[in-house]
Design a protein around this ligand. Sequence first.
Ligand code: DGJ
Length: 718
Amino acid sequence: MAIQIKDGVFNLKTPDISYIMCVFGNRLLHVHYGKRIDSDIEIDTEVLRVRPCAAMTGKDIEEYNMSSELLLTEYSCYGSPDLRTPAFHAEYEDGSEVTVLTYKGYQTYQGKKPLRGLPSTYVECDDEAETLEITLEDTLQKIEVILSYTVFENYNAIARSVKVKNRGDQVVKVKSLMSCSSYLLDKNYEMMHLQGAWARERHIQRLPLGNSMQRIDSKRGASSHHHSPFIGFVRPYTTEEAGEAYGFSLIYSGNFEAYAETNAYDTVRINMGINSFSFCHKLKKNDELVAPEAVMVYSAEGIGAMSRTFHKLYKNRLCRGKWRDAERPILINNWEATYFEFDENKILSIAQKAKEMGIELLVLDDGWFGKRDLDNCSLGDWTPDLRKLPNGIKGLAEKVNAIGMKFGLWFEPEMVSPDSDLYRAHPDWCIHIESRKRTECRHQLILDLSKKEVQDYIVKSISDILCTAPIEYVKWDMNRNFTEITTPGLPHQYMLGLYSVLERITTAFPEVLFEGCSGGGGRFDAGMLPYFSQYWTSDDTDAIERTYIQYGTSVVMPASTMGAHVSTVPNHQLGRTTPLKSRGYVAMMGQFGYELDIEKCTDQEIEEMKHQITEYKELRELFHNGEMYRLKSPFEENCCAWEFVSEDKKNAVLMYCTVLASCQGAYSYVKLRGLNADKTYIDIETGKKYGGDYLMNVGIAFENSQDFLAVMKRFEEA
Ligand code: DGJ
């Protein structure tokens, strides 16, 4: 039993963790989240950190002489003596914003229900998980809040969501409905988060908690390049291998907030959910609002173990469809090869050469439709440009197939160019405010996906093309953030519209491999994984910058979801020149591909790429399904190393990359992880034999002798 309930105490257990709450008076309180506890729990007021005398706002739990100012209220609301930032905040018709949520009851069931209209983790059979639903109510304002906790016992993770129902006659304006609220019992932690910018996504940052509010968010309409919907809490001494690590990940792709608020008594409240800044959702009688799902992971064995739990759950029970498990094709994308300047002949000659090299899929990127010779027009007009492609997409795709390659196509379906037939026909379909300037970004506006007719247009226009040509892959791009937002509820309604469109299209075309993109990784979040089996991790294809980006991204995302390509040098984003070998090995960590003009490559480069392709084909199963260990952090050292180990521990592959070389520098010893200590492993290249214990405790020495040089080592059990 994953959920134990006794004497008003709820103990949600996996093999390693417990999440404990209790009913106290008529309140639901948080007790513990961390290592598993099996003993009977008797609630003691000291444990709850109740110091009635300290309360400055009154004792609202009179029977126990207590104030919620000091309590760990499991799901807090605004207006009681608890004046920390609440998980729930609403405005009622009497003008008040005061809510008092008291405990009403609970139910449990095997399995997990899908979240209506929102992406979520799932079970394939009911015995994979157990769910607890606790109902809280405000009897005066007649609302119910249902907290849902699903325990994935075998995955060591808990998925949470929240629903608010209006049981009364009045209209309730919901201003905040956090998906996840929890506590740390002391403040000796660092908040870990993934920050960045376009082409520099998801760099790891750790900041000590103070008696303050530490917050990340997005108001951009997408989860953004700047912050990911993830926060972690680690002890100052926590490393990849040791120490406590808590991870909170939101399965949502729009405006979000995540913060830790430490009060005067060093208790830390963690809230995460849709950004309450400028949020308002009106609930009429019997309406309900569902908050996106959040996933909580705890590891007592470092950040690496926390990440591997996220990887396993997200890869197996958030990603879905044929491509969840299927081997992905090695692709070549024409963007960095040609940008907008291509025609059918050019694409076909790339395809021909790519086929000879062993590449399996050709992706035609931006510029194939309307009259798009630059990024200043035609988004929304999804009709092939016959000047460039005289035989249309169908003709081109068939010719690519005849060469022996699969064909894939780029779209940016959520956007419209002011210079487009679509905009001329429907100028009111974009997000805008009448009589205000419509801010353009990359000469484009955003279609208002909260409108049903816009959703239908997107589904029809994309489906029509997918139906008429043999397209086996779609790159779904999204290149700007929101401005001139019409109403506070719009960003969330947009996300619901987008999820509905994605659900409809991916369900209608289950064989197509969909890759997400948002100017690179500007919306690479857990909410996208059910629809996009892989995501273009960043527009930055420089091998060294990619070690940072991919390392940071892997804190939550499995490598199987990260698009990674070999591009030309000097690199188009940074101007840096790195060895082809390094570009190959770094890209092999993700879904591997090429994005350069192979017709301009030398024979020697082509031979080297052929070798990469052969090597990747031998290893892709291991990269896709193996467990990932981060061994050296580029954020901490002048190098980066990671390793993938097969489930049966018989195979391992290690990538080591020098950032800057040093003269007469020390060797860098990399200790492998996840092997069988008592087995012998052979280094495939040298034939040298090592004990698993040796590899994990002494390690392999690398010399930082050449800038930007990556090497790969493969080990097989003897
Ligand atoms: C941004 C993407 O991240 C690129 O890979 C490329 O598809 C361009 N858009 C095309 O406009």
